[in-house]
Design a protein around this ligand. Structure first.
Ligand SMILES: [Zn+2]
Length: 348
């Protein structure tokens, strides 16, 4: 086939447009992303160490880690009956949400996105509000059964790691009394999820704002009391200046992770107040987890009042009274969701 002059001109123009396009993209990326190095530059660099690995921030707790350390968030329902203490694997969590289940007993939902323990538990059952939190933070949910409402939601969701349906990650520790003796081997969650075809893409965008610079207020606090129900489930937090963290105490004394015998390093505590009411004859609770309500924030040693906002399936937004979003310190966030009029106490 013979190509005429007009076609030749068209081909030349097209090639010129493509070359100009590549040149423009390279200029843009150099200007906009000056930190981008070419593959050649990286290979020729003699200073490359492990420190030069691409950095990322954990979306849940804001700590800086190597990019390949961030994984798909996993949430685990942890039995918080006093007989279930000490817990295993809580110290590696990025964020923990604690609220009531039935009978005045609290339960924890521990979230992991950049660091995980070998073993976690004891694992207990889910409630619908814990399912919403898992969805809100794009997490897979490890649990053992649940309320009918929670199970019917989870049955249709590609996040379910129910021990009853998928036993592979779980084991019973016969040295502890049932039902407080179900644990999971954390790395098996990923194998199980992969086999089920779940999306394991890590989250890149942070769920909260993080920074080290300005204290949240000028009010310091050294002791916090969080009365969930009876004295048996009142939590106390005491400030430890050396680690700039709050140490948790329960009815059983100082709260430690059985794996390390150390307390979790809690940098941020949020106390959320919301409406709760018993909704069925099993004592299950209806907890209002959307809308807006009162909240307290303890960041480092400083206390500020403010409010929470949330939509179903979306993460919490935390604001100071001024309306500014709360800036947390990079590190563990512990969220206490209390019934209205429970009155947390703060002292120095
Ligand atoms: Zn984290």
């Amino acid at each position: 086939m013979k190509i005429g002059i007009p076609q030749k001109i068209a081909i030349v123009i097209s090639l010129l447009v493509i070359i100009a396009g590549f040149y423009y993209i390279s200029l843009i990326s150099k200007n906009t992303f000056p930190y981008l190095k070419s593959k050649k530059e990286v290979l020729e660099s003699t200073e490359t160490t492990i420190e030069d690995l691409p950095k990322a921030f954990c979306p849940l707790c804001g700590v800086q880690v190597n990019e390949n350390q961030v994984f798909k968030p996993i949430a685990v329902m942890i039995d918080n009956h006093n007989a279930a203490l000490p817990h295993r694997g809580v110290n590696s969590a990025c964020m923990i949400i604690e609220t009531l289940a039935e009978g005045g007993i609290t339960r924890l939902e521990a979230f992991y996105a950049h660091n995980h323990p070998k073993v976690v538990g004891p694992v207990r059952s889910a409630r619908i509000y814990f399912v919403d939190f898992a969805l809100s933070y794009k997490a897979l949910l490890s649990h053992c059964g649940g309320s009918p409402e929670a199970l019917s939601a989870l049955f249709r969701l590609p996040i379910d790691l129910d021990q009853i349906r998928y036993s592979y990650p779980y084991f019973r520790d016969r040295s502890r009394r049932a039902p407080h003796n179900l644990y999971a081997q954390f790395d098996r969650f990923f194998t199980q999820a992969k086999n089920l075809g779940y999306d394991l893409t890590p989250v890149k965008e942070p769920f909260f704002m993080f920074g080290e610079e300005t204290p949240i207020s000028t009010t310091t606090v050294s002791k916090i009391s969080v009365p969930f129900s009876s004295a048996a489930y009142t939590v106390s937090w005491i400030y430890d200046a050396q680690s700039d963290t709050f140490i948790r105490y329960t009815k059983k004394g100082k709260y430690v992770d059985e794996l390390t015998n150390e307390s979790p390093k809690v940098k941020n505590i949020v106390i959320v107040e919301t409406k709760m009411g018993v909704k069925d004859n099993k004592g299950r609770l209806d907890i209002k987890i959307s809308g807006k309500g009162k909240a307290w924030f303890i960041v480092g040693q400083y206390l500020a009042k403010g409010y929470w906002q949330k939509e179903i399936g979306k993460p919490f937004k935390f604001h100071r009274e001024s309306g500014d979003e709360v800036v947390f310190k990079p590190g563990m966030i512990w969220i206490e969701i209390l019934p209205e009029f429970s009155y947390p106490k703060f002292s120095n």
